[in-house]
Design a protein around this ligand. Structure first.
Ligand code: PLP
Length: 439
């Protein structure tokens, strides 16, 4: 790659100068492994960016996209349709919990979040409650990078240069190292107390001003924080008591990461609106989907007069290639039993959990936490360089042939659900070695 080519690409969420001085190039991927430009095989312990749940290069998905490109490459979705998006919607509605039966397509998680927020506003307005315009997010929450998502997100770097223009407030995050360090599965302590904070926020703003609470069932990019026991149910209860909608951002948690299709099924809490993306197409085509409850659709669409009911949508909503990728992905998840493979009590999850928690006691390790195959290892910050250790461990692991995600002083993992024991063994070996290099 020549210097001009490297210079022209302004890379997202990347230290551009650092990358261009020492590029890390991926040129191929198959199953659990990447191929790099220097012909190394690198174990993918992050499913790309939490999206390739069925592993890479699946022939069924590749063929479906190719076939669709030859048949109908594009169809406008404003006022026209193509059959595949209706088939996919019916299939997703069948897979979803409760009354989440209406599917609106986007191209990413960020777009799904902003779409869900607009749906919440439109719902309240249609019911004569137009004053409900404030959203409650959570510290350390990540809801993408659009203006709605960064308003409800809780990671300071993501909004400090841009503002948080949608009215918002935030619950505390749920991490508590004193009560719940080294938890396996759901942390046991403090869930209901943490959720009760929502009542304080409702007192502060008044329910008549609050449109929705938006949270990830498991905080992902903010550090992998599974919800403490009882937390999500209590949040649901409080929302119901006060006429506040609950939005689950399942952009990471959806499509098998918790042992069911969606985390809301595993944790038995059904939101009013659910955002998805990533695993929907196994990362093979950009696509997001927002699943709205029947009551949302009825208020916004059935209750409106003739003409466009919801002034929102994207040129590439329900793109035929993405629909084909999604249909094929759902086939693969079903045929290969991948939803269950992510279950917390499954063989591979247990093996991974046990291996990972064996890192407790290594120098510098202050926490290991996981829900099934989603996990994080947190390190002591280096003196004078808070937030640097995750990047150092990530680089050490990359050099030894493994991709991790760095999140401040932690590293995160969310491997493809096709992971086998030999990959777990490789992971623990490389992690141990990388940790010992730095502490
Ligand atoms: N919501 C959550 C929970 C996410 O984890 C992400 C991305 O990681 C997003 C939204 C944004 O998705 P995208 O990067 O596809 O816009």
């Amino acid at each position: 790659m020549n210097t001009n080519e490297l210079a022209a690409h302004w890379m997202p969420f990347t230290p551009n100068k650092g990358f261009k001085a020492k590029p890390r190039m991926l040129t191929g991927a198959k199953g659990m492994y990447w191929t790099t430009d220097d012909r190394r095989q690198v174990l993918d312990m992050t499913a790309g960016l939490w999206c390739c749940n069925a592993g890479h290069g699946h022939p069924h998905i590749a063929e479906a996209i190719a076939q669709q490109a030859r048949t109908l490459d594009y169809a406008p979705c404003f006022g026209f349709g193509h059959p595949l998006s209706f088939e996919l919607s019916e299939r997703l509605a069948r897979l979803a919990p409760g009354n989440l039966n209406k599917v609106f397509y986007t191209n990413s998680g960020s777009e799904s979040v902003d779409t869900a927020m607009k749906m919440a506003l439109a719902y309240h307005q249609a019911r004569g409650h137009g004053g409900k315009q404030l959203f409650i997010g959570r510290e350390r929450g990540y809801h993408g990078v659009n203006f709605g998502g960064i308003s409800v997100g809780g990671i300071t770097n993501n909004h400090k240069a841009f503002g948080q223009w949608i009215p918002n407030d935030h619950l505390s995050h749920t991490q508590d190292l004193e009560l719940n360090a080294f938890s396996r599965g759901l942390p046991l302590h403090g869930g209901v107390e943490k959720a009760n904070e929502l009542e304080k926020l409702i007192k502060r703003h008044d329910a008549s001003r609050i449109a929705a609470v938006i949270i990830e069932p498991i905080t992902g990019a903010g550090g992998v924080l599974p919800p403490p026991l009882g937390y999500l149910k209590r949040i649901r209860e409080i929302c119901d008591q006060h006429g506040i909608l609950l939005i689950f951002d399942e952009v990471i948690c959806g499509f098998g990461r918790t042992g069911d299709v969606f985390a809301s099924q595993t944790f038995e809490v059904v939101p009013d609106i659910m955002t998805t993306a990533k695993g929907l197409t196994n990362g093979a085509a950009p696509m997001g989907a927002v699943l709205a409850g029947d009551h949302i659709y009825e208020a916004v669409v059935e209750g409106a007069g003739a003409g466009v009911e919801f002034f929102h949508g994207y040129t590439y909503s329900a793109h035929p290639l993405a629909c084909a990728a999604a249909m094929a992905t759902l086939d693969v998840y079903e045929q290969e039993g991948l939803y269950r493979r992510g279950a917390a009590d499954g063989d591979i999850s247990r093996y991974f959990e046990q291996g990972l928690h064996s890192l407790k006691g290594l120098p510098g390790v202050v926490d290991v936490r996981n829900y099934s195959l989603i996990a994080a290892v947190e390190f002591e910050p280096l003196s004078g360089q808070p937030g640097a250790t995750g990047g150092l461990i990530q680089t050490a692991a990359w050099e030894q042939g493994m991709m991790l995600r760095s999140l401040g002083d932690a590293i995160a993992m969310s491997p493809p659900l096709i992971i086998e024991k030999e990959h777990v063994d490789q992971t623990i070996g490389i992690l141990e070695c990388s940790i010992k290099q730095h502490f």
